[in-house]
Design a binder for this molecule. Structure first.
Ligand SMILES: [Zn+2]
Length: 369
């Protein structure tokens, strides 16, 4: 499903008009859906790197044509400062007993979804943190369901987060009960001793995020933007420290480098060998090796550059974009994916962390129970 949901586009009733009877029925359904989904659509502002590099990533795309009103890049910088938090954030100490809020600054809340997710969160946590918090929470939800299409009235969301000066809020736990899917999802932020970053794990110890088997990075902190997250963004953003080695996801030839420097920064496009027709774009890199040249062959898995924060980027990250001709394709569809789990040695510390966070998650009733 390479096409992303359009942002701010009108509901698609027009497609179902022809049959009068059907139209009435579908119209009613769509009307209800629209009421729920429209407001839930994330506002463009909050997650800058992605919003920013969207329009400059390269060739014009079907997606761009379909979405005439692009994310306003001017809106980005405001939240940019807070976007994919730059500094590595150590797992905050969690005081055990206190419910809802504790002295470490962690704060739990729960909301019932009656329309826009953002309205619910802003209504509970205030405008100042609510907008950015919605974006961060969304990064978890997108691994479980389609946002906003799958959100329905009566869903419940609980989360534990921490406010940080000059940075986006740090989410430590999310629990979401979906009426549509009839189940409750949970994720907890936890740093395994074996990993350089804290990550999000589900209650059974599996990682929240899927991974690309042939990933452009060996190490990253979080995927902060996905094609399916409902924003108009053509790539996958991996939050990663400047200098992280970037590898080719397939064998190919360097087709161009450093085009549209102001937007893309140091960038490389690799055309896949073997007639598959795919191109991979790697943006916002650190300075490229002098030896890297257009026409050069690159092997799959070969490190050809390092990630950075160049061009229209507000925090260190790699923008990885896959194209087929002018068409943007989703790396999580086109590439093989996998989901890993915590090793046995990490289960006990994880259970401990999970229990601490569970104590801060306000109890929520299972919807529709
Ligand atoms: Zn991006």
């Amino acid at each position: 499903m390479p096409e992303m949901p359009t942002l701010g586009a009108p509901p698609k009733q027009s497609q179902v008009i022809p049959l009068a009877v059907t139209a009435v029925v579908v119209g009613v359904l769509m009307g209800g859906l629209f009421w729920l989904r429209r407001p839930v659509e994330p506002t463009p502002a909050p997650t800058p790197p992605s919003a920013a590099d969207t329009e400059i990533a390269g060739a014009p795309s079907a997606e761009a044509a379909a979405n005439p009103a692009p994310v306003d890049p001017a809106a980005a910088p405001a939240v940019a400062a807070v976007a994919p938090g730059t500094a590595p954030v150590p797992a905050a100490p969690v005081a055990p007993a206190a419910p809802v809020a504790d002295k470490s600054g962690l704060h739990g809340f729960t909301v019932s979804i009656n329309g826009p997710l953002e309205s619910a969160i802003v209504g509970s946590e205030g405008k100042e943190v609510g907008t950015a918090l919605t974006q961060v929470v969304n990064r978890s939800l997108v691994w479980w369901l389609r946002v906003p299409q799958d959100l329905v009235k009566g869903d419940t969301l609980s989360a534990v987060y921490e406010n940080r000066d000059g940075q986006e809020p740090l989410v430590h736990a999310v629990r979401f009960t979906s009426r549509k899917l009839g189940r409750t999802f949970e994720t907890y932020r936890f740093k395994p001793a074996t990993d350089s970053f804290a990550r999000y794990y589900q209650a059974d110890g599996s990682e929240l995020e899927e991974r690309l088997v042939d990933c452009p990075l060996e190490s990253w902190e979080q995927v902060t933007s996905l094609l399916r997250d409902g924003r108009k963004h053509k790539g996958v953003d991996f939050k990663a420290p400047v200098g992280t080695p970037v590898k080719a996801t397939f064998e190919g030839v360097v087709a161009r480098k450093n085009w549209n420097f102001r937007g893309n920064g140091n960038s490389v496009e690799i055309h896949e060998s073997g007639g598959a027709g795919r191109s991979a774009l790697y943006l916002h890199l650190s300075e490229l090796p002098k030896t890297l040249s257009v026409g050069q062959r690159i092997k799959k898995g070969e490190t050809f550059a390092k990630s950075g924060n160049t061009g229209h980027s507000f925090a260190p990250h790699l923008h990885y974009q896959l194209m087929n001709g002018d068409k943007v394709i989703d790396p999580f569809v086109s590439h093989k994916t996998t989901r890993i789990s915590l090793p046995a040695s990490e289960r006990s510390p994880f259970e401990h962390k999970k229990a601490e966070l569970d104590a801060l998650l306000p109890a929520t009733a299972l919807a529709g129970g």
